[in-house]
Write a protein that binds this ligand. Structure first.
Ligand code: HEC
Ligand code: HEC
Ligand code: HEC
Ligand code: HEC
Length: 136
């Protein structure tokens, strides 16, 4: 009787263990934040919404790339453990090889402002300072 009881406990705990693993796997998959984020600089900050940009058909890789400047896909990003490698300033800082892209300001203005000027399918983004910048 005791033996059957411990078998039952074992089976139940194994089921919980597997349930735990599958929930865990879903939870670690990195996804684009739904909420607007604030990109903090030293003196200024800027606001950025993923949904606004994904809705007009911009791919992850138009902004996110790896250390070889290869575009990252949503699958690449989902497989990451942390968002550390996505932070632009983790590469674009004073140690960056190309001196024109050593500050977040340079990297962000080149990416964000340039596209806003060009537009996507006739839609343009804000190009005035206050269109992106918010008070710190
Ligand atoms: C398309 C969006 C966008 C527009 C328009 C824009 N910026 Fe920025 N800018 C950013 C982002 C993003 C950053 C990086 C985050 C931060 O530092 O605020 C940045 C960084 C900066 C920084 C560095 C701030 C710091 O604290 O390190 C300065 C200075 C700056 N911008 C000035 C300006 C000025 C002046 C204008 C208008 C002529 C302007 N920006 C227009 C997006 C924009
Ligand atoms: C138009 C540009 C742009 C596009 C497109 C874009 N992102 Fe981002 N993403 C950013 C910026 C900017 C940040 C903030 C980076 C920083 O603070 O240095 C960010 C941050 C993130 C973060 C949070 C990192 C952290 O830990 O804070 C995740 C996760 C992310 N993006 C996933 C995605 C995924 C997945 C896609 C495609 C479905 C995507 N992004 C498309 C610009 C973009
Ligand atoms: C893992 C390191 C790394 C990260 C993180 C990174 N970059 Fe880059 N980036 C590079 C490399 C490498 C190049 C190529 C430099 C060259 O050609 O001299 C580059 C080039 C660029 C360029 C110039 C070429 C182009 O594509 O127009 C811009 C603008 C840029 N990055 C913006 C960003 C922004 C914005 C982010 C955050 C969303 C970001 N980078 C995150 C490594 C990185
Ligand atoms: C590939 C092109 C592209 C890139 C890169 C891009 N944007 Fe935009 N952005 C747009 C377009 C187009 C719109 C207008 C969308 C609309 O009207 O639906 C827009 C709208 C916006 C708006 C106004 C809508 C809102 O959220 O209130 C802000 C703020 C903004 N972008 C910030 C940024 C910042 C900051 C970056 C860089 C981290 C960036 N964008 C990169 C194309 C781009």
């Amino acid at each position: 009787m005791k033996r059957i009881w411990s078998m039952a406990v074992l089976i139940v705990s194994a089921t919980w263990l597997f349930a735990g693993i599958s929930v865990g796997a879903e939870a670690t998959g990195l996804k684009a934040p739904e909420a607007e984020i604030i990109i903090a600089g030293e003196k200024k900050s800027a606001r950025f919404s993923h949904p606004v940009h994904l809705n007009i058909g911009v791919d992850c890789g138009q902004c996110h790339h790896d250390s070889n400047h290869q575009p990252l896909t949503d699958k690449n990003i989902e497989a990451m453990d942390t968002g550390e490698q996505l932070l632009c300033a983790s590469c674009h800082n004073k140690d960056f090889a190309n001196s024109k892209l050593q500050t977040p300001k340079a990297a962000f203005h080149a990416r964000c402002k340039e596209c806003h000027k060009q537009g996507v399918d006739g839609k343009q983004g804000p190009t005035k300072c206050t269109g992106c910048h918010v008070k710190k």
